[in-house]
Design a protein around this ligand. Structure first.
Ligand SMILES: [Zn+2]
Length: 120
């Protein structure tokens, strides 16, 4: 399990663990929509198994975004005297926007790894 997380964060192919899912070498620091490989360059594993395969990754992305929003609130509340200070909302928005590019890649990688053992 912990090994899978390392491979997910390394952008590795779920089948051979050598090829890359996304063209970018670093999935953390990228701006813009991800450029995803259709097949693994090493083992020809097809990442998008069917049209709309990554529709479910949208829900993973939503969960990640909500978790990051809650975590940002939990950290930011220590810097304000009031419990529900409205100035925290723009901070949460900035964090969510900054993390959105990473979340797209990370949620798709999580989705691929969740269903890597089911072949169509
Ligand atoms: Zn592969």
């Amino acid at each position: 399990m912990s090994n899978s997380i390392v491979h997910i964060l390394n952008n590795d192919c779920p089948h051979c663990l050598k090829g890359k899912v996304f063209n970018e070498k670093n999935i953390f620091l990228n701006i813009g929509f991800p450029k995803m490989n259709q097949y693994c360059s090493n083992c020809q594993f097809k990442f998008e198994k069917e049209p709309g395969y990554f529709f479910g990754a949208m829900y993973v992305n939503y969960g990640l975004t909500v978790a990051q929003g809650i975590a940002t609130y939990a950290v930011a509340q220590f810097f304000f005297t009031e419990n529900f200070d409205l100035r925290i909302i723009p901070i949460i928005a900035v964090v969510i926007i900054a993390m959105s590019s990473f979340n797209i890649r990370f949620s798709r990688l999580l989705w691929i790894y969740m269903f890597k053992n089911y072949s169509i």
